[in-house]
Design a protein around this ligand. Structure first.
Ligand SMILES: [Mg+2]
Length: 220
C-alpha cells in the first residue's frame, strides 16, 4: 500500500461510492472469459488476457465499438443479449463476493452506494448472488442512468448529487484504470483496489491498497 499523501491525513468522507465488478463482486474473471469466447466466435479473435487488458471497467458500447473497428463490420444486433445471457448463466451459483469485502462493509460507518457501468439488472443479479444486495439495494446507480460511462465523471457525479454529498466529500473505490480516471474527473478521492488488477495500472489512484481488510482504516 502506498501511503496516503499529507492532505489525505485529515480527509473525511461523507459518502463511499463502490464500483461493483471487481470491488464488491468477483465477476471479472467470469466476465472476461465469456467476452473473449463470444468475441472470438463472432470473428474477433480475443484471448482472456486481451479482454482483461482492453475491457476491464469499460461498458458494452465501448466493447462493441472496439470490436467493430477490429472486425471492420458491425457486430450482430444480438451481441449484448448473447453476452448477458451467457454471463448470467455462468455466474449463477458461482459468483462470490470479493475476498474480505463483506467484513470491511460491516466496519465502514459512512453511507455507501454502488455506482457501476453495468446494467441495473446485472448489478442486482450479481449483488444478490454474492450476498451483498441488502447492503446496497437502496443506493444503486447504474450505467443505465447516465449517457456517458466511465472514464466520464457522470455516473459518480450523479450518485453524489442523488445522495446529497459534494464530490469533494466522496471516496470512490475502484479496481479499473477507467474508474480511477472517472473519480479524478469528478473531483473525488479514489482508492485503487489492486487485489486482482496490477498496481501499475492503478498508479493514478489517490490511494492504492491490496487487501479489503485495510479499507475501513483508510476511510477513517
Ligand atoms: Mg470494476
Amino acid at each position: 500500500m502506498r501511503a496516503a499523501n499529507a492532505s489525505l491525513g485529515s480527509a473525511r468522507f461523507d459518502l463511499i461510492i463502490f464500483d461493483n465488478d471487481g470491488v464488491l463482486v468477483d465477476s471479472e474473471p467470469h466476465a472476461n472469459l465469456v467476452l473473449a469466447e463470444l468475441l472470438t466466435e463472432l470473428g474477433v479473435a480475443t484471448t482472456y488476457e486481451e479482454s482483461v487488458a482492453e475491457f476491464l471497467g469499460t461498458s458494452l458500447p465501448y466493447v462493441r465499438s472496439f470490436a467493430e473497428r477490429r472486425l471492420g463490420a458491425p457486430l450482430p444486433e444480438i451481441f449484448e443479449r448473447l453476452y448477458h445471457d451467457r454471463l448470467f448463466e455462468r455466474l449463477r451459483g458461482r459468483l462470490e463476493a470479493v475476498d474480505g469485502v463483506a467484513s470491511a462493509l460491516r466496519r465502514i460507518r459512512q453511507p455507501r452506494c454502488v455506482a457501476s457501468s453495468g446494467s441495473r439488472e446485472r448489478i442486482e443479479f450479481t449483488l444478490r448472488e454474492a450476498g451483498l444486495w441488502e447492503e446496497f439495494r437502496h443506493a444503486v446507480f447504474s450505467g443505465d442512468d447516465v449517457p456517458r460511462g466511465k472514464p466520464a465523471p457522470d455516473l459518480f457525479l450523479y450518485a453524489a448529487s442523488s445522495m446529497g454529498v459534494p464530490p469533494a466529500r466522496c471516496a470512490v473505490i475502484e479496481d479499473s484504470p477507467l474508474g480511477i480516471q472517472a473519480a479524478a474527473a469528478a473531483g473525488m478521492t479514489s482508492f485503487g483496489y489492486a487485489g486482482a488488477t496490477a498496481k501499475e495500472r492503478l498508479a493514478m489512484a489517490s490511494v492504492l491498497f491490496e487487501r479489503m481488510e485495510e479499507l475501513p482504516f483508510l476511510l477513517r
